[in-house]
Design a protein around this ligand. Structure first.
Ligand SMILES: Nc1ncnc2c1ncn2[C@@H]1O[C@H](COP(=O)(O)OP(=O)(O)OP(=O)(O)O)[C@@H](O)[C@H]1O
Length: 245
């Protein structure tokens, strides 16, 4: 299996001296849904921002689709699509206009723009509300739109930071199903973060558990549950780092 994202001995020290990531190493394979899971402050956002070329690493190497995130950032940006944790939309555009705006950044071919927007509308599940202004959307509707715009451009690698954070169960289930079905249908590699360990159990082929900037374990949810004789990933996490919290 070829490697989509390779992170080696990654360290990020912020200017104030805080270590955001402390020697993380993991690989994401082509076509898999990979979850970076851990509690608040574990280093998930820092790691994803470095992979998305928004933040510079202090030490270590990160290769995305064969390109180095520091030396070949432009090439990396062409093959990824990134959903930040705190993303917004253009609130005076309708959902449809926003998707059209994004699609035109990725393609100048009208037929491609139309099919991307159609895909985005389908993924968002917003129905007729796609024609309403974004400022009228609930938080859940906005997140659904943003997940849809991140996936609809069919990136080689989609990087989703807490795609379901703050969503109620109906919206969260919609977003999870959209990610899973789209990624598997189109062969898109997904790297996502979550502090909801039960959600990643459903969604992810493999997970890495991150704590204090360090990767503590990597494996499929099933492998980890078996290894730790645990009912679910929350229990795995507690058994793994509970005594250190
Ligand atoms: N800009 C920054 N300057 C200084 N320290 C930071 C900065 N951003 C993050 N940190 C620190 O780096 C560590 C990792 O934070 P990060 O946001 O990557 O964690 P996280 O796992 O994404 O957490 P959350 O689930 O709360 O979003 C934390 O100790 C955090 O306080």
């Amino acid at each position: 299996m070829s490697i989509a994202v390779d992170v080696r001995d990654l360290v990020k020290i912020y200017p104030n001296g805080v270590k955001g990531v402390d020697g993380a190493t993991f690989s994401v394979y082509d076509g898999e849904i990979f979850g970076l899971i851990g509690p608040n402050g574990a280093g998930k956002t820092t790691t994803l921002r470095i992979i998305a070329t928004i933040l510079q690493p202090t030490r270590g190497t990160v290769i995305v689709g064969g390109y180095d995130v520091v030396r070949e950032a432009d090439k990396v940006r062409r093959i990824i699509s990134y959903l930040p944790e705190e993303a917004g939309g253009y609130k005076y555009l309708t959902g449809r206009e926003f998707l059209e705006f994004i699609a035109r950044l990725y393609s100048s071919r009208e037929s491609e723009v139309v099919s991307m927007v159609d895909e985005g509308i389908r993924l968002s599940g917003l129905g007729d509300r796609i024609n309403d202004k974004i400022k009228s959307y609930s938080k859940g509707m906005l997140r659904r739109l943003l997940v849809a715009k991140t996936l609809m451009v069919k990136p080689k690698i989609a990087i989703l930071d807490e795609p379901t954070a703050g969503l109620d169960v109906v919206n969260a289930v919609h977003v999870r199903n959209a990610i899973r079905s789209y990624a598997k249908e189109k062969g898109v590699t997904v790297l996502m973060s979550s502090h909801n360990m039960l959600e990643v159990e459903y969604l992810c082929d493999r997970v890495a558990i991150i704590h204090n900037g360090k990767i503590m374990e990597i494996g499929s949810p099933r492998e980890l549950k078996e290894k730790y004789s645990a009912e679910n990933l929350e229990e795995v996490f507690i058994k793994l780092v509970g005594e250190r919290i």
